[in-house]
Write a protein of this length. Structure first.
Length: 262
């Protein structure tokens, strides 16, 4: 259950649905492409005892308005508008997939505000990123997209033990226009030149068998962001944060609760 929700109005007057849950220092959770806050439904409780978790529905998803434009820098501006509306000056950020791309910009745009950064199953974008191959793109564009996406998110053994529905396969209520906008936003992301500006202590997490965002991208990010740490989950796919939550969530919590960080 969400303890508190509100509507925040972005700079261009787009209405954004915001949800809060938990207690303690603020933790902004950013979901993947074409997803709303429900992406975090299975794992949010893992953090709510230690942090005030903040989510919002990206423009075009959930209860937020659609938009005339979509980009990861714009999503980052929306995220900062949300934190401003809540009068939260300093916070941690954990972004996965496209949320990780957005989190890069949040940290670049507001270096004095982000205390610690966690990037999961994501890429730096642009010419330096290693993108999914053409076969993966073909399957995702085909008639069995949802089944293919399930397979890329989770191993078959985990799916057998944890039957759906899964909240990480996209917002079914999105318009085709908004879904295309999210795809373009993710595809056009490129923070490579500015990643060295990130000064927040950073942890990079990835599944070793991720086909959606190949694991080499985690190493590219770790090499590009000063003093970043990296952890790779053996056998995990794009949904490592869900499938490996018994290991991943405590790892994130320990990193964010590092002594000296409030």
């Amino acid at each position: 259950m969400i303890q508190y929700s509100q509507i925040t109005v972005a700079a261009d007057h787009t209405r954004l649905a915001v949800q809060l849950r938990g207690h303690g220092p603020a933790l902004l959770l950013l979901p993947g492409q074409a997803n709303d806050h429900r992406w975090w439904d299975r794992t949010r409780n893992d953090f709510a005892a230690d942090f005030t978790t903040v989510t919002f529905d990206y423009r075009g998803t959930g209860d937020s308005d659609e938009s005339n434009s979509y980009s990861t820098p714009l999503f980052a501006e929306d995220a900062l508008a949300v934190m401003d509306s809540l009068a939260i000056e300093n916070f941690h950020v954990y972004g996965t997939s496209m949320g990780g791309r957005t989190a890069q910009w949040v940290t670049i745009f507001a270096p004095g505000r982000v205390k610690r950064l966690v990037l999961g199953c994501t890429t730096p974008g642009g010419a330096h990123a290693v993108e999914r191959n053409d076969e993966v793109r073909r399957v995702l564009a085909g008639p069995d997209r949802d089944a293919a996406l399930e397979e890329m998110m989770y191993t078959s053994a985990w799916r057998a033990a944890h039957p759906g529905p899964y909240k990480t396969l996209g917002d079914a209520g999105m318009s085709p226009r908004a879904r295309h906008g999210h795809l373009a936003a993710s595809d056009n992301h490129d923070a490579w030149d500015r990643l060295p500006e990130i000064t927040a202590p950073s942890l990079i997490l990835h599944g070793a068998d991720d086909q959606f965002a190949p694991v080499v991208n985690a190493h590219l990010l770790a090499d590009r962001i000063p003093d970043a740490r990296i952890h790779v989950f053996d056998g995990a796919r794009h949904g490592y944060f869900d499938e490996c939550r018994d290991e991943a969530s405590p790892l994130v919590t320990e990193f964010l609760r590092h002594r000296g960080e409030s």
